[in-house]
Write a protein that binds this ligand. Structure first.
Ligand SMILES: [Zn+2]
Ligand SMILES: [Zn+2]
Length: 505
């Protein structure tokens, strides 16, 4: 079915809406949307942090195709899961192949690991990915059918230290973006101990069938673990009395999980043991975890999660007992959290200089000036397609540049160029051949002033970006004040703000 929205009205020159016939405006597919230039700063901020964390921990980037054989996901994620049953964009192509658009990253990465014999490399093979995923989910606020994830997978190593480090990496990603989160950790054991647990769950929930929501009635038969995951109020009340997976873990699984927790304790990051998280996918074994925003106590919009998947490679035709662990983060959710919390991210494109011209010969010369400045690394903007100087200055103003360089007929003749300070409106004549040095000096001075303004004590609002040394110094001041006025409070209570950080000072 074609999705064309008919344009009912249009505005005439006086701004009055009037009907306009015969034109149809194309719109995007439901659940998919454009990420516009003005929003890119959020996405780029998230990408940058994701890449930095990958670098910091030695994860190499991998790109797998959007399309895979449906079998990769059906086998990997599990035929009984909502994703594979209902949400996957799967189709037969004109060649008769059954293909699916990737609904998540892990299964395809394991497919790649097996296909390229990565088992012969040093283990674990540590991989990082980022890109769009596709699920034909109910479109609702904050959920998209084309959504974006980044994630990390460490394949080939069962050691629980790896689980703990990955958990930390995800937390670091959020923390570096200024988002506070609490990690929810659980173990769902291996298939052996989980079987016992599933039986116990079914036994507990069966007598309550009629009180459960429709999905849960289905889950009871197909995927009892997910009963614990239900966000419906009617089902929530049964959770507390439900059997706990931790009571069903065998010795090996228990030992593994205890180690993970021990390392987490060492790392001093906020986590809670949450026996009710199960994750939606079949491939998980042992450790699983989710990142909940610290203002989201029910995990209604977890920002990411993952876990161990020791059986996945084998399911996809790889070697038996190939362990793996990883997690993914939802970029859409993170971006909306950044907006909700009004966290400032740096503008991706913020020019500092505008090059304006008046007259044909000036225009030709400014082309050259622009290229010179650009190549030297100045952040410079222009509108050579405009002839009117006023229009150009208005644009420079909108772009919030600090300086505009103006070249007119007169300046060309004299071998000069005007430097206009956009804040004060003061213009100075500068030797055309010395403009690079001149503008560099002016920008340096301006940057210096900005920095001083940021750190001046009488400034009321806190700067977004401070040099590290300044931040420490300021924190130390607060610390001393606190310690003077309330010695007991600062030391005796083990105040979380100060714990563990004291050696730093
Ligand atoms: Zn087990
Ligand atoms: Zn339910």
């Amino acid at each position: 079915m074609s999705r064309l929205k008919k344009i009912e009205t249009d505005k005439d020159s006086s701004g009055v809406k009037k009907p306009r016939k015969g034109r149809k405006e194309m719109i995007n597919v439901t659940g998919m949307r454009d990420i516009l230039p003005q929003d890119q700063k959020y996405w780029q901020a998230v990408s940058k942090v994701a890449e930095k964390v990958a670098d910091d921990y030695g994860y190499g980037r991998i790109e797998t195709p959007i399309l895979e054989y449906t079998e990769v996901f059906a086998r990997g994620i599990g035929k009984q899961t909502d994703i594979v049953e209902k949400e996957m964009y799967a189709f037969e192509d004109s060649g008769g192949d059954n293909l699916a658009m990737r609904p998540e990253g892990t299964a395809a990465i394991i497919r790649s690991y097996i296909q390229h014999g990565m088992i012969n490399q040093i283990q674990p093979v540590k991989l990082f990915y980022a890109g769009p995923m596709f699920r034909h989910d109910k479109p609702q606020s904050g959920r998209y059918r084309q959504f974006y994830q980044f994630g990390y997978e460490a394949i080939g190593e069962p050691n629980p230290a790896l689980d703990a480090q990955l958990i930390l990496m995800g937390w670091n990603c959020l923390n570096e973006l200024g988002l506070e989160s609490v990690v929810q950790v659980n173990s769902i054991g291996c298939p052996t101990c989980r079987e016992e647990f599933k039986k116990a769950l079914v036994k507990y929930y069966k007598p309550k069938t009629k009180q459960l929501c429709e999905s849960c009635q289905r889950r009871l038969i197909k995927n009892p673990l997910r009963l614990l995951d239900c966000k419906e109020e009617g089902c929530q009340k049964f959770k507390d009395g439900a059997p706990q997976i931790l009571d069903y873990l065998d010795e090996e699984c228990k030992k593994h999980f205890m180690k993970v927790l021990e390392y987490l304790d060492e790392l001093d990051l906020p986590y809670v043991l949450n026996s009710q998280i199960v994750r939606g996918l079949d491939y998980y074994t042992r450790t699983i975890f989710e990142y909940w925003s610290n203002d989201d106590s029910e995990g209604k919009s977890a920002m990411g999660g993952g876990g161990r998947y020791d059986g996945l490679a084998e399911i996809l035709g790889g070697r038996e007992n190939t362990p793996g662990v990883g997690f993914s983060m939802g970029m859409d959710r993170i971006v909306s959290k950044l907006r909700e919390k009004e966290i400032n991210v740096t503008e991706t494109y913020q020019p500092e200089i505008f090059v304006a011209q008046l007259g044909e010969s000036a225009k030709k010369k400014t082309f050259v000036v622009y290229e010179k400045l650009r190549k030297k690394g100045f952040k410079v903007a222009q509108a050579f397609y405009k002839d009117n100087l006023k229009t150009q200055l208005e644009l420079a103003n909108k772009l919030k540049v600090k300086f505009t360089l103006i070249l007119g007929q007169k300046e060309v003749g004299e071998g000069t160029i005007l430097v206009r300070d956009m804040e004060g409106g003061i213009q100075e004549v500068v030797d055309f051949n010395k403009i690079e040095n001149d503008i560099a000096k002016r920008l340096d001075k301006w940057h210096q002033q900005k920095l001083e303004k940021f750190t001046a004590p009488e400034e009321g609002d806190m700067p977004e970006v401070r040099p590290k040394g300044e931040k420490r110094a300021k924190d130390l001041e607060d610390f001393n004040d606190e310690a003077d006025s309330n010695f007991e409070g600062a030391y005796g209570g083990g105040d979380a703000m100060f714990s563990g950080d004291n050696e730093d000072y």
